[in-house]
Design a protein around this ligand. Structure first.
Ligand code: IVH
Length: 676
């Protein structure tokens, strides 16, 4: 290829890749397969290698690759990055509103409310639409130049999308976030590699951004939401914050979808309460809402104090941190045999939930914290992640505190232990009662075989009484055996047996998930089930075969191969099939016109349980997700719906009732169904 042809092709490839990046990372609406994307990227890398003079810093290939830095440079912000005054009660936020109106000399003030995102605040600067620099907040005036690290975050465009005029200068402020799922996975990986763990997603996001080696940052699951403009020159004028929040996405800058315009402070208070209720369903941490005056001229009039503006306030949620005493440290054995030290706490209320246990992850985490039995500690919970001990108050020590030591043998079955990364694992597999109990609980759980009524207490008893020695024994349970357990009535025994029997008819994806293959969560189980039409075919899959599947990476592929290489696992599957488990082929789904459609359920459903509704969606090849975005096809609204409905309306997503959902499925299932 001659240089001028190469230049042309490179420009074309960069534009295409930028567009696909935007669709994938900002809109969550991919248009091409991963493989096709990889091909474009490979072609671009190859051409840039052949014609190094055509390389440019904003090429999509330049997101990683710089050598590790010695230190970060300190840089001045384009405008001070202020912080926010905090309110903790409705009265305080109402007082803020009163103050604002008084200063404006007005009876009314219009606000925009947004979630207060719990991550790391950064400035990102674009000149003529090109990423030039980004920095951490630092002291608000100067921060650290973390440009290389920011460039590894795929949802940060290196080149802005052209909507109208591109400003000469655009400095935006946003919050770098790590999802809860990403955080848990990262901690698992760190533990495997004997590295220190992060106490919470915020520290994980912040620690990842402050890596001197940007290839480490690139490997971390980071995302960003933008929420403010710090400096702006040479573009169309904005009159309101609302306009800004709608202009940013047009440039390809991601904005959190939960926004509301409020004419009255009561509406902002209601938004706060609603979001606090939904807080646990989000996959990222928020710690309150931010109430901002919408009109920019009015903001100007109010101005700022030394560190915070008068026109905005944070209205925080009840804190999810509490202080208490570690009464003891016990060791739990999980489904995979990993030993987890757990702090037994003097019960403490944390954000409306009483906590009496918190994880200490592993012995390295204990040593890094320096925690002893009897210490006063801070505990924190993020979403539905297991609460963790995050800090020790060493000043409170009386001398009565005791060191903790990990046991030399399995505390449950006495078997030997093997070191696996930072974890110790019991060698006994499901002959260890703890591993057996946890495997059965996982197998019966809602997302897996959904065996109603088979809760933790019963499973513990069944295993302790040696009535059950394998998951497959569930299917041989008799009413007499159940009734023999303390506190069991005939009716409840009957119900459980029925639920167990009903679980024999199940979808392949649930069955795969129920087996508890390492790294295979609900979504990947779905992916595998669509690819292989029977458990036998999955069992026969090779590493290479698995790697061909979009969404399956080397880690997952290896876990699947390892799982089936283990004779004990193959025997268990055989035993289950012999008990009459009938795994439905996922093929039927391909007929469905609802295949691939994304559903979000909100409010209380009356006809189905959440889990039933979700499995119905799966059974037709659709996906049930928890938050509304542009990729959502249907929002199914039950009773007492909240902000998800508002969000759906804002995005123009179709909202249907529970009845309409049911009809949709009926139509879809019957051959004459007519869905358009
Ligand atoms: S606006 C002058 N909006 O909260 C206005 N801040 O305590 C400045 N934050 O350091 C901030 N979500 O990192 C704003 N939607 C949001 C936010 C947000 C999170 C953080 C920000 C700031 C801290 C203030």
């Amino acid at each position: 290829m001659n240089p001028s042809k190469a230049k042309e092709r490179i420009t074309q490839l960069r534009e295409e890749i930028r567009r696909y990046n935007y669709l994938y990372y900002v809109k969550s609406q991919p248009e091409i397969s991963d493989a096709a994307y990889d091909n474009l990227m490979r072609e671009l890398v190859e051409l840039e290698k052949q014609f190094p003079e055509l390389l440019s810093a904003d090429s999509p290939t330049q997101r990683v690759g710089a050598p590790p830095a010695q230190e970060f440079q300190t840089v001045e912000h384009t405008a001070p990055m202020l912080s926010l005054d905090s309110c903790l009660t409705a009265e305080e936020i109402a007082a803020f509103d009163k103050r604002v109106k008084k200063l404006l000399g007005a009876d009314n003030a219009e606000y925009v409310v947004e979630p207060k995102l719990d991550g790391l605040s950064v400035e990102v600067i674009y000149e003529n639409g090109r990423f030039v620099r980004g920095a951490t907040r630092g002291d608000g005036y100067q921060g650290e130049d973390v440009s290389l690290n920011l460039k590894t975050i795929k949802s940060i465009p290196l080149v802005l999308r052209k909507k109208g005029v591109l400003p000469r200068l655009l400095a935006v402020r946003g919050e770098v976030m790590m999802s809860l799922q990403g955080f848990e996975k990262l901690n698992q990986q760190l533990a495997q590699n004997n590295k220190p763990l992060f106490a919470n997603p915020r520290n994980a996001a912040s620690g990842s951004m402050r890596q001197l080696d940007s290839s480490i940052t690139a490997s971390r699951p980071l995302d960003i939401f933008f929420y403010d403009i710090l400096a702006y020159e040479g573009g169309a004028e904005f009159k309101t914050h609302w306009e800004i929040l709608h202009a940013l996405p047009e440039w390809g800058l991601k904005v959190n979808p939960q926004l509301e315009k409020c004419q009255q402070i009561e509406q902002a208070i209601a938004f706060h309460h609603q979001l606090e209720k939904e807080r646990d369903t989000l996959d990222y941490e928020i710690d309150g809402v931010v109430v901002k005056l919408n009109n920019l001229a009015a903001r100007e009039k109010l101005g700022a104090k030394s560190r915070s503006p008068r026109w905005a306030a944070a209205y925080k949620f009840a804190p999810r941190q509490g202080e208490t005493i570690v009464e003891d440290i016990i060791v739990q054995v999980g489904r995979t045999g990993a030993l987890t030290p757990v702090a037994r706490l003097r019960p403490v209320e944390v954000g409306g939930v009483t906590i009496s246990r918190a994880t200490l992850h592993n012995i390295d985490y204990i040593n890094n914290l320096g925690v002893k039995i009897g210490d006063r500690v801070k505990v924190e919970r993020a979403g539905d992640v297991i609460p963790a001990v995050v800090e020790v108050d060493k000043k409170e020590r009386s001398g009565a505190q005791r060191d903790f030591k990990m046991p030399d043998t399995c505390p449950v079955c006495g078997s030997g232990l093997t070191k696996d990364g930072a974890y110790l694992k019991c060698d006994a597999g499901i002959s260890c009662p703890a591993q057996l109990k946890e495997s059965i609980k996982h197998y019966a759980s809602k997302q897996a075989m959904d065996i109603d009524g088979l809760g933790s207490k019963i499973v513990n008893k069944l295993v302790d009484e040696k009535i059950i020695r394998s998951v497959a024994d569930l299917y041989a349970l008799t009413k007499e055996q159940l009734i023999s357990l303390e506190g069991f009535a005939e009716k409840s025994a009957q119900n459980i047996l029925q639920a167990i029997a009903a679980s024999k008819q199940c979808s392949l994806s649930r069955f795969i998930y129920a087996l508890g293959i390492k790294n295979v969560g609900r979504h990947l189980a779905d992916v595998l089930a669509r690819q292989f039409d029977s458990i036998g075919h999955l069992e026969a899959a090779t590493l290479d075969g698995l790697l061909q599947i979009k969404e399956v990476g080397p880690e997952v592929a290896q876990s699947v191969v390892d799982f089936f290489a283990n004779q004990r696992n193959r025997d268990l599957i055989q035993a289950l099939l012999q008990q009459g488990i009938n795994v439905a082929r996922e093929e039927i789904q391909t007929q469905s016109v609802l295949k691939g459609k994304r559903f979000v359920f909100t409010g209380a459903l009356t006809k189905f349980s959440r889990s039933q509704a979700q499995s119905l969606v799966e059974s037709i090849g659709g996906r049930a997700t928890s938050s509304v975005s542009q990729t959502t096809d249907y929002v199914v609204a039950g009773e007492n719906v909240g902000s998800k409905l508002t969000e759906a309306q804002r995005l123009g997503v179709k909202v249907i009732s529970e009845d309409e959902f049911f009809n949709l499925l009926q139509g879809d299932i019957s051959p004459k169904g007519d869905i358009s």
